[in-house]
Design a protein around this ligand. Sequence first.
Ligand code: PMP
Length: 766
Amino acid sequence: MRVAEELQKWMAHFDWPASAQDRNFEILLGLLALALLAGLAFRKITTSFLTLRALALAPTLSRRVSDWVKSADYSENEVWGADGAGEGWVMLRKEAIDRLASFFRVHYAKSIAWGNEIRESFSDLRFTDANRVPFPFMRAMREKFSLCSVVTESNGPRLCDLDGNWSLDVSGSYGLNLAGFDRYKEWMEKGLKQVSDLGPVLGPLHPIVFENISILKTISKLDEVSFHMSGTEAVMAAVRLARFNTRRKLIVCFSGAYHGWWDGVQPGLGSERTISDCLTLKDLHPASLEVLRRRTREIAAVLINPVQSFHPNLPPPSDTILLTSGVRKTEDSTSSYAQWLRKLREVCTASGIPLIFDEVFSGFRLAPGGAQEYFGVQADMVVYGKSVAGGMPIGVVCGKKELMRRFDPEHPMRIAYVIGTFSAHPVVMGAMNEFLKWLGQPETLDLYVEAKRRCEQWVCSTNERLSELSLPVRVMNFATIWTVLFKEPGRYNWLLQYYLRANGVTLSWVGTGRCMSSMDFTTDDYRELQTKLVDAAQSMKRDGWWLNEEQQPGREGTMRSRLIWEIAKSVVQVPKPLASFYTEIMQRKKDDHHASHSNLVNQFFHLLSSSTFIFCYFFIFFNFTLAIFLSMAALFVRQFGHAILEPPCHDKEKALLGFNTRNKTIIVAGYFLIPVVQVARLWGYDSLNAESFSSILPTVAQQWFLLTLAAVLGRVLYLNWAHNFRTSMIWFVKLITDPITDIFAYHNSVEKMMRLPPSSRSEATH
Ligand code: PMP
């Protein structure tokens, strides 16, 4: 009211009639409302802009792209030469694959038979199987290998399979195996004994639950605990409780993090649902902090996965992503990550946003007090899983009192219905009790320190060995989690998992991407692991999967362009007739190359002439005569290369191409004849001088051009008559695109020649 009075007084200063004053007062109010709306809109726009800056686009984009990318398997001919390696290498690789496949068939016969029996009935197995190999290679690998890990016994870090083979296990049992299988066996047995008198009684609680809760509270430094059956379930519970107790909707996650299979926290690949209540921001990015500050009133919690993989913003580096070597990255980010977590904690505290640590994977692997202890940051809620129940299935949420409430004290009908049948199952509680007691022993800390030290030492000595042997492989660890990195570009790096397997190493479904050593890995075990890894890498190199620049010149470029082309092909579906037209042209080019383009000097001449042709394709519009003369010179160089340096073997040509190029000679003779006739005419008129000579040049150029048109058209018509229209077009398109593909094929002919000893350069062939 007072504001209105003030405004009216202020308006009275203007000498308006009373009715006008009233009207202007309304206008002013309207303007004020508009200013308010504009302010709000401005705030909304700036918030959206800030969010966009911090938003991780990869998850949403990859999900969108997944709809377009069509499955495309390499054919039998393509699959072992996807990097553009020559035929010799492809043969070597084929033999290696056959050898490896027959090794598995002999040594893993029972496991393979078991897998074949069950695969079609067990969808989990089909899912994990499908994730071992990049998809274009999947069909070929499935045809050759139908491996299945079926194990019956464990002893230390070793597993025995159905066929009686013992292997070193670095799969980590999805992260559960921290302490070594023998300890879990003991905890599960002892735990079961503790509760065996009760059996599977659910609802009423076994007294052991009290001790477990006390220890978990001490470890997490939080007020309350709730039990679930898996990490995924516990994450779902934590998110629901945060939403319920803050009365806000939005959950903030970070790019590349995995929080279990619930699609509510899976914004990217792997989920079909578009979610609007989970925002995926960039990890380790200041813009993300700004969004938290700005959108405080919407955000129910920030959910993080401390050290989600070896590189921020990237998902766990499985073998399926290994389309090239550059994809898998690591970063020694421990200290920068700790700093980031501290900043995140500060912002969350200042903004009143609960911070949830999803420690299901990293939790007890880093330190007895989990990631909170390791990074020195206290969360408001922590989710544990995997190892914490001593080998039994589990998910745990620990949290502050005000976040763990499932009832609203002021609104009794408002409840968060979160509870499961198997919460605090006695058998799980028994094994958990054994694990938690072990965790609290002073000697356990030494085990952590020792395990990390041994793993680090192994990484150092293995990398030294790999480097000595010039193998393009390195290992890198974070505590006892480690990954394999590939130093050279390669399209077959994912095959290392098969060689390792043949050497007796068990990997998880993500292959060489994420491996784990349990605490019972002794120095001898590590030594054995090193030998197996080095042997596997040496075999891969021997079998031609990692070629160097000398063995395959221009390798990196070839691989990159092929990959881009393949991705484009799988996204943009080329109509089948067009694709087969293209394939046939490329096949002809390949055949042509094999028939008469192996001499390096000839290749160099082709490089020269092709570059000139391409220049002339454009130059002809500016200076017709000069362009034609240049083209003729280029043609001469080209034909010289063929006729003198590498006389075409017409029989070979005929066998590969279906026709030979003998008649080219007639055309070349025709080209010579044109200037000869013109000069003879001048001579006949007795007017052969520099001026008259230069006057006939445009005529010669025109006639050359016409002859070319006639020859090309003639050939097209002939092929159309003798074969069909398609064949004639294949020939025509190949002819006009040859200069371009020749440049790609022969661009390094000079370099190759230079690498040869001078004595053999004259007959240089490759
Ligand atoms: N969070 C993280 C960080 C995980 O690594 C996992 C499992 N790998 C989960 C949640 C889900 O746990 P679970 O598989 O027990 O459901």
